[in-house]
Design a protein around this ligand. Structure first.
Ligand code: PHE
Length: 450
């Protein structure tokens, strides 16, 4: 236990966790979900869920990891020997594996789009042609697989280099770069004529466009965006120094995750509105809608490249955390050397990712529960696995673990003060489980909702 490698500095630790949290979820998924759920009203609900459920949950995962000092399965076993709570960790590792399998495919698309932007491929194309360009690309048998493999190799190389030398080092450079890129894109979006309508869409709460299904989408997205319920934050928690404050670190991570999602919305919606495009398009928003915008906007060539680069970097710091959650399990619970665990986990995931990519094209006829492999993995993880793993986690902390031990960890053995102790405890014991049950039941159709 003494020679476990951990994060070197508080800054590096926060950057690594922010790197995990900030990803395609913030820049690709968040704007289109906001778009489909009516804009500002959804945003308010989302922010409330982040504060009330997301923050306490993230704090809980850090507690389990730092106190358990192992991967997400081992940490539970250390805290509750002989009990079954570690199943939460097993679901988490499984979820990480499954998420990375389709996430790496989308991450690969971002590389192709950097290339397309750099070679001026969007110029002179009609909206229909751009839509066709995207669907032809993602359904082709070779190109997306090539980029998926490139992306996985990058991810493997970084994770193999270790927690400090790989993950922490890379995140400490990439996250600040990412912040600068998104701010540049914001300035561009906000200075476009007609862009203000986009801001109004994002921030004006029109509850007539909000449905109950929006709650479920908000909760699911909060988990996804904050990387909760998949063993990642538990794993990273086990690398956090004993001197760092867990509540403070959580606030920092949640703040940057939400900030970057908002900044992405501010970069994207003004451009969409300035060019009279449809904000509620769904998953094609950044790959189909935005390429319409870049060629006709001043400086669009460079901003187009910058945007897809931003997307790729954000994806990379997330894919390394997903792989790390699986690798840590291999290293700690299965006693494999780190290099071997990385190649093994990375290799297996790449194989599934290749199938995922094929399921968008040549193999789309092969379905599970009516969904292609790609859609199935996305659906089952976001709607079930993450919520179930997180639910077990807080039931464990709230009902089966000693309150004084949790508080001990949150206050670094009483050397720090944590004013909201009781609020936090009430949330994980009562509020969060109840909210999660209600939302879950309505999502599977037992309670009225959608
Ligand atoms: N949180 C990341 C995002 O917003 C995605 C992610 C999910 C990363 C799960 C790791 C684990 O894109």
């Amino acid at each position: 236990m003494e020679n476990r490698e951990g994060f070197n500095s508080t800054f590096g630790m926060i950057m690594a966790a922010v790197g995990s949290a900030v990803g395609l979820g913030n820049i690709w998924r968040f704007p289109y979900i906001v778009g489909m759920n009516g804009g500002g009203a959804f945003l308010l609900v989302y922010l409330a869920i982040v504060v009330i459920i997301g923050v306490p949950l993230m704090m809980s995962e850090l507690v389990i990891g730092r106190r358990g000092q192992s991967d997400s399965v081992g940490s539970f076993k250390n805290l509750a020997p002989g009990k079954k709570w570690y199943i939460s960790g097993v679901i988490g590792v499984l979820a990480s594996f499954m998420i990375l399998s389709f996430y790496a495919v989308v991450a690969g698309w971002t590389l192709e789009y950097i290339y397309k932007a750099a070679t001026n491929s969007f110029v002179g194309q009609s909206p229909d042609q751009l839509a066709a360009m995207f669907s032809t690309f993602i359904s082709s048998p070779i190109k997306p697989i090539f980029w998926t493999i490139v992306f996985m190799l990058l991810t493997i190389t970084i994770v193999r280099a270790g927690v400090q030398g790989g993950i922490e080092k890379v995140s400490s450079v990439l996250i600040p770069v990412l912040l600068v890129l998104v701010i540049l894109l914001d300035i561009r979006g906000l200075t476009l004529e007609g862009g203000m309508a986009g801001l109004r869409f994002l921030f004006y709460p029109d509850f007539t466009k909000f449905s109950l299904g929006g709650f479920l989408a908000a909760l699911g997205h909060a988990f996804f965006s904050m990387s909760l319920g998949m063993g990642i934050i538990v794993t990273y928690g086990s690398y956090v120094s004993r001197k760092d404050s867990l509540p403070k670190s959580t606030l920092n991570i949640a703040f940057f995750d939400t900030l970057i999602a908002l900044l992405s919305g501010i970069a994207i919606f003004p451009a969409v509105f300035a060019f009279g495009l449809e904000p509620g398009q769904g998953a094609g928003l950044v790959f189909i809608t935005l390429p319409n915008v870049f060629p006709s906007m001043p400086g669009g060539y460079l901003f187009g490249i910058a945007f897809f680069l931003l997307l790729a970097l954000a994806a990379l710091t997330s894919t390394i955390s997903l792989l790390e959650a699986v690798v840590a399990y291999g290293v700690e619970s299965m006693d494999l050397p780190r290099k071997k665990a990385t190649w093994l986990a990375g290799g297996l995931i790449t194989v599934v990712a290749v199938f995922c990519s094929l399921s968008n094209g040549p193999w789309s006829g092969f379905t599970i529960a009516g969904k292609t492999l790609f859609d199935f993995l996305d659906y089952i993880t976001a709607n079930y696995l993450l919520t179930i793993a997180a639910f077990i986690e807080i039931i464990f902390l709230g009902w089966a673990y000693k309150k004084s031990d949790i508080m001990d960890e949150l206050t670094n053995q009483g050397t720090l003060t944590f004013g909201l102790k009781n609020v936090y405890y009430m949330i994980i014991k009562y509020l969060a489980p109840i909210v999660m049950i209600i939302i879950f039941l309505s999502s599977i159709g037992i309670l009225p909702g959608e």
